[in-house]
Design a protein around this ligand. Structure first.
Ligand SMILES: Cc1cc2nc3c(=O)[nH]c(=O)nc-3n(C[C@H](O)[C@H](O)[C@H](O)COP(=O)(O)O)c2cc1C
Length: 187
């Protein structure tokens, strides 16, 4: 069951640097792109950046649609993520090919991916070309999370909420092996 997340906590879904699935839409075209290069950049307003290669179809859709959704997949979805990262939406419908379920977003037009454990809905706030990528800075307008997998922080250490992280090529690590620790401040 998904619940809304306060916008000021949206960064907690990606602080640990997981691979995400970015959905975009323009006119009748919807697309999904795996993105490893993602980071929070501001708290107030809450801004999140994604770096998108100039040759990708997603760049075109994000540029024209001016919105995107950052979806957080778990390790069970790795095969589908890999498919989305090795095919271009220019020629295929990735929702159809992967059987991912599109869900209506709260505040933007691109759909959420129902199978993902968290979603951050963004409107393009700024963009800048750097080398062969374009950096899109998105203002978060809505966020939601699977309520079983979040308790003030994403439970990415739990077996059923293992996110994954790209080392390059076909190599990944999962969040499951990380040990959790809590810092306490004296006085
Ligand atoms: C794990 C993984 C992470 C990736 N990270 C990025 C990224 O951060 N930025 C990017 O532009 N492409 C990234 N890619 C490559 C795109 O996903 C790939 O080029 C994709 O086919 C583009 O799809 P599109 O043309 O439908 O937009 C990644 C691929 C994989 C498998």
């Amino acid at each position: 069951m998904k619940r809304e997340l306060p916008i000021e906590e949206a960064n907690r879904l990606i602080n640990h640097g997981p691979v995400v699935l970015v959905t975009s839409l323009y006119k009748d075209k919807t697309n999904i792109i795996p993105v490893a290069w993602i980071t929070p950049v501001s708290i107030s307003p809450m801004l999140i950046a994604v770096s998108i290669h100039r040759d990708s179809f997603s760049l075109d859709l994000i540029e024209k649609g001016e919105e995107y959704v950052v979806n957080i997949p778990t390790i069970e979805l790795l095969d589908k993520v890999n498919f989305c990262g090795t095919h271009s939406g220019q020629r295929i419908d990735k929702f159809k090919e992967t059987n991912f379920t599109p869900l209506k977003a709260h505040s933007v037009r691109p759909p959420l991916i129902a199978e993902c454990i968290g979603h951050i809905e963004c409107k393009v706030y700024d963009k800048q070309k750097f080398g062969d990528h374009k950096l899109f800075i998105g203002a978060v307008v809505s966020a939601s999370v699977d309520e079983d997998k979040y308790d003030k922080y994403l439970k990415a250490f739990a077996k059923e909420a293992k996110t994954f992280h790209h080392l390059g090529g076909d190599y990944y690590i999962t969040s499951g092996n990380l040990e959790t620790t809590t810092l306490s401040v004296a006085g």
